[in-house]
Design a protein around this ligand. Structure first.
Ligand code: GLY
Length: 420
């Protein structure tokens, strides 16, 4: 089976690496890919996702690709799955209408309210003035969220009315996230430990993956601005088997049923960001895809045949399938460019060094320069994933190897997997 992965980050590198462990795959392609993915797949950055007819021609006629896996949020929100399916391609991922569970926070919150799925109380605003007068009457902290996609930066926790008004101005008036800030959700701040549960779903059945947790803030001790994720670990130490049952019964299955009921069946990978409160689990967010770097700690722990699971999702035959996980703990430390998540320079040569052979390096922002050298090409550069029997050992191994990789301006958090 020829397989295509769409995307260019560490998540897509991890997906490509996992696909290659399935006996069923023959040729593996990636659009656009990166320098790390190019070592294990044929990357075609020349094919543009918006040139739908050329993309379909490449998939169907030129390469006989039987399965396309879409990694990132933007093409899903833009409807790439609908476009490829109407061209006769077999695609893993939600349609545009179903991907709204991520691409519109207003849609996701209203869906949860309608179907009684536990989440923080909220209000929706389209007017900056009305939102400002609302926050003046609230107690703090509270959370201001841009409705649309904002590269992980559209959620701001505010400690005062002035901070909330600043966040609202940034989103609604200054348009820091473009049209994504035309509407906002203002919600109650929930206290508790966070955990992420991602599931496979064919639109009817759900199979939860191993739990995990990412570290979103840029600096140690959860300080600094939000990023796409500075590291992750799996399993989440706070997430018990009872919580898994609660999540399946009260959140995951109900939301998949709700999407079906709404005429937007969700098939693909559903990411559920959870908070463990005194009143039970509540949903912080849904994403319509694997998390990144979460995929870099989950996929290495998956023992079952990944392509068979993907095929069952696309064929609608997931029900009753058993999926096995490795007992090891996985820790991923993300190496980033100096300045990330703000502005940063790229093009610095990367020296990989003598990394242990059982440590996984998933490239996020890398490319080859004119001399064929591996260079930095993004804010997040390489994720270093180590597996070990305990989190302490996995951390030690990930950090020992993270130190061996060298490039100018390399930055990383030193506390991934701590303060659980
Ligand atoms: N690491 C968070 C995300 O992928 O959305």
């Amino acid at each position: 089976m020829n397989v295509l992965i769409i995307g260019e980050g560490g998540r897509e590198h991890a997906l490509a690496w996992k696909v290659r462990q399935s006996r069923e795959y023959t040729n593996l392609f990636c659009i656009p890919g990166n320098a790390g993915i190019a070592e294990i797949a044929i990357c075609r950055p020349d094919i543009k996702l918006y040139e739908t007819a050329k993309l379909i021609d490449f998939i169907k006629r030129q390469q006989n690709i039987e399965l396309t896996i879409v990694g990132p949020d933007n093409p899903l929100a833009d409807g790439i799955v609908d476009a490829l399916r109407s061209g006769g391609c077999r695609v893993l991922g939600p349609t545009k209408n179903a991907a709204m569970i991520e691409s519109s926070k207003v849609f996701a919150k209203q869906l949860m309210k309608k179907y009684g799925i536990p989440t923080a109380d909220f209000e929706v605003f389209e007017s900056f003035e009305e939102a400002c007068s609302y926050v003046e009457k609230q107690s703090f902290p509270l959370v201001v969220k841009a409705d649309g996609l904002a590269r992980g930066k559209g959620v701001i926790i505010c400690e005062s009315a002035d901070e909330a008004k600043g966040a609202l101005k940034k989103m609604m008036v200054d348009k820091a996230f473009g049209n994504s800030g035309n509407r906002v959700v203002i919600e109650k701040f929930l206290k508790g430990k966070e955990a992420t549960l991602i599931c496979f779903t064919d639109g009817k059945a759900i199979i939860p993956m191993a739990s995990c947790q990412d570290h979103k803030r840029a600096f140690d001790g959860d300080q600094g601005p939000n990023t796409g994720g500075m590291g992750a670990f799996s399993p989440s130490m706070s997430f018990t088997d009872e919580m898994l049952k609660e999540a399946e019964e009260k959140i995951l299955q109900p939301v998949i049923d709700a999407m079906q009921e709404e005429g937007r069946p969700f098939s693909g990978i559903l990411y559920c960001g959870l908070i463990i409160t005194d009143e039970g689990l509540k949903v912080l967010e849904f994403n319509a895809r694997f998390g990144d770097p979460e995929a870099q700690v989950i996929l290495p722990r998956l023992k079952s045949n990944f392509l068979k699971i993907c095929n069952a999702i696309v064929d609608g035959t997931l029900e009753g399938r058993k999926i096995e996980w490795d007992d090891s703990v996985a820790v991923c430390v993300m190496l980033t460019s100096k300045g990330y998540p703000g502005s940063f320079e790229t093009g610095f040569p990367i020296e990989i060094g003598d990394v242990d052979p059982d440590v996984l390096l998933f490239h996020s922002g890398t490319s080859k320069n004119a001399y064929g050298e591996l260079v930095t090409a993004g804010g997040r550069v390489i994720g270093v994933t180590a597996l070990a029997p305990t989190i302490a050992e996995a951390r030690e191994k990930a950090y020992k190897n993270a130190e061996k990789i060298k490039f100018e301006g390399k930055q990383y958090r030193k506390d991934i997997g701590l303060n659980l």
